[in-house]
Design a protein around this ligand. Structure first.
Ligand code: PMV
Length: 314
């Protein structure tokens, strides 16, 4: 059995995070500059069914049996074996690595799950469809995110821009004209489960107010899709700014995110907003390609620990 590898990209949410949990549309795109990778190699001489998990980034080098059952890595492996109906398999080593910043709204958890699910299936002689891979990764996401919408596992599995409405058939859509996004990392780790839980509590306390926020964000995502399909890129800027304001109202921004968003706008970005769960993690800015370096520099000056310049639709 040869060594096999699989990978999955990072992602950003362009429009509609949080409101997407409440059936509003959202748009997410892959970020190909960063990725999670899983490599499976035969563990010659080891008893069947044993799996050695090696994930240096998170200091894991242990057998699958000794990992907690609810660990995302164990879950991704177990759920794949279950899906394939495999109870007896040759021993293998699973090496996992990722260049996607952790807990930063760039989809690292979903990408790691997708890479593991694909490589384990391939190693055992099976090829799972994207739909099945995405569904299995969603099951893993549920354990760690509580009530995820499913947008992360979808965009990361298909590695294409998606227009996503929870519990509906996934739509990918054409990008008429590529556009440039600068991603700025606050360096602050933030739990999506916590911010999603807080929004849920706030919504339960005042449903009318929060449903107004969610609908406004859904409308923005719908308009944004039209602009993207028509190649009207600059029109996305004000929509990003509006979306950021609604997210501030939902109390999922933070001073650091707001500072980076302002710094990007001051440096000439057409629009900027937080991206993902919020409270920390990353923000994104839509820029003229010629301004991407200067906006990235401005973000570093304003406190970003890392920036990524990515072209959507190329
Ligand atoms: O995983 P993150 O931080 O990119 O956030 C996902 C987006 C949310 O809308 C906040 C949650 C969800 O499940 O859609």
């Amino acid at each position: 059995m040869p060594a096999l590898s699989a990978s999955a990209p990072g992602k950003i949410i362009l429009f509609g995070e949080h409101s997407v949990v409440y059936q509003q549309p959202a748009i997410a795109v892959p970020v190909m500059q960063v990725k999670a990778k899983a490599i499976a190699t035969p563990a010659i001489g080891k008893p069947s069914n044993s799996v050695q998990v090696i994930a240096p980034d998170i200091e894991i080098n242990s057998t699958l049996k000794t990992l907690p059952l609810d660990h995302a890595i164990s879950m991704a492996i177990d759920i794949t074996l279950k899906e394939l109906g495999i109870s007896n398999h040759p021993a293998f080593n699973l090496r996992i690595s990722s260049t996607i910043p952790l807990a930063a709204g760039l989809g690292s958890g979903a990408a790691v799950s997708v890479a593991i699910i694909r490589v384990v299936a391939n190693f055992l002689g099976h090829n799972l469809s994207d739909k099945v891979v995405s569904d299995l990764a969603f099951e893993v996401e549920k354990i760690h995110h509580g009530t995820p919408s499913g947008i992360d596992n979808s965009v990361v599995t298909y590695a294409q821009p998606v227009y996503f409405i929870k519990d509906q058939l996934l739509e990918t859509f054409p990008i008429q004209k590529p556009f440039t996004i600068v991603i700025g990392d606050t360096g602050i780790k933030s739990s999506t489960a916590v911010s999603v839980g807080d929004v849920r509590e706030a919504w339960q306390a005042d449903p009318a107010k929060y449903e107004k926020y969610f609908e406004a964000c859904g409308k923005i995502a719908k308009q944004a899709r039209e602009h993207i399909e028509n190649g009207e890129i600059e029109k996305l800027g004000p929509l990003m700014n509006d979306n950021h304001e609604w997210l501030q109202e939902m109390n999922v921004s933070s001073q650091e995110l707001d500072d980076l968003v302002q710094a990007a706008r001051d440096a000439g970005a057409w629009g900027a907003k937080l991206s993902g769960g919020g409270r920390g993690g990353n923000m994104i800015a839509l820029v003229d390609p010629d301004a991407s370096e200067s906006v990235a520099d401005a973000l570093i000056k304003a406190g970003a620990v890392q920036t990524i310049i990515t072209k959507v639709g190329e």
